[in-house]
Design a binder for this molecule. Structure first.
Ligand code: ZN
Length: 284
């Protein structure tokens, strides 16, 4: 068993298929639509094989929900709902701490406000009653992360609109080769997220404009977090299927998932990547 795992992890790093588990089943977002969209993005790249673990519906008995995380290179969460059983939480902590990859997709950072280790993994979260006890808000100030310890709730977004995503770590493997700034297709721009923000790097930010109901700050939209030996990629983008058609979303999601799984990025930047003044969307 152990040999098989080691071999598979090595195969993924060497360019073999990366095994992805998408977790869903509850979300205040349209997970029945976005999970197939994420799955198609991953599979069409040719770099990943994908399975899905769907938790029981809200309020149902959750005790049998015990995905075998250790059989995958990376877990993508499209889940925002009831607490998982203690054994499942412990298995997930073990998986990431021992070097598993984890991708936090949009409202997955709304999940589990009460789960301390999960909040360490995601770095920042919003809603669910989070407040200053969960950690500071963070934002980008010219060339560094600024921490805002003032009290108050966590998680907000203004009106949906296209917005400029600005690279802050252009040499990071996920960001390398991307334009310094690109126009993301219409989406929610999360702001005022709070959390422990330990071992967190901000890869990209977007300006949350007051005239669309935002904070007037450069808010983190793409992040990485180190948790034990595990790598976490956190994207706040992708509210619905329309937002996931943006080639900027697709590319950073693919590269972030690959990096979380292997620590390296082979997936190239496509020719139809958006530009500073132009969005680029695939499909209808
Ligand atoms: Zn949303």
């Amino acid at each position: 068993m152990l040999c098989g795992l080691v071999f598979a992890a090595t195969a993924a790093a060497a360019g073999g298929a990366i095994r992805v588990l998408i977790v869903d089943g509850q979300n205040n977002h349209a997970w029945r639509e976005t999970t197939p969209a994420l799955r198609a993005i991953l599979e069409e790249s040719g770099r990943f094989t994908v399975e899905v673990a769907t938790a029981p519906p809200k309020g149902a008995d959750m005790s049998a929900f015990q995905p075998d995380f250790a059989s995958y290179d990376v877990v993508v969460s499209n889940y925002n709902g009831d607490p998982w059983p203690e054994a499942t939480r412990a298995a997930f902590e073990r998986f990431v701490r021992s070097g598993g990859g984890f991708v936090v997709y949009h409202a997955a950072d709304n999940a589990f406000p009460e789960w301390k280790e999960y909040n360490e993994m995601i770095g920042l979260g919003g809603w669910g009653g989070r407040n200053e006890e969960h950690g500071p808000r963070i934002y980008w100030d010219r060339d560094h992360i600024e921490f805002d310890f003032s009290p108050g709730r966590a998680g907000h977004h203004g009106r949906r609109h296209p917005f400029l995503v600005v690279a802050r770590k252009p040499k990071h493997p996920i960001m390398k080769g991307l334009p310094r700034a690109w126009m993301h297709a219409s989406d929610e721009l999360y702001d005022s997220l709070r959390g422990p923000a330990r071992n967190l790097e901000v890869l990209a930010t977007a300006y949350s404009a007051p005239n669309t109901g935002g904070t007037g700050r450069d808010e983190p939209v793409l992040m990485t977090i180190r948790y034990g030996k595990g790598r976490v990629f956190h994207t706040t983008l992708g509210h619905d299927v329309g937002a996931t058609r943006c080639v900027g979303f697709i590319t950073t999601f693919l590269r972030g998932t690959e990096w979380a799984a292997t620590g390296k990025v082979r997936i190239r930047v496509p020719r139809d990547f958006p530009a500073t003044m132009r969005t680029s969307v695939r499909g209808k």
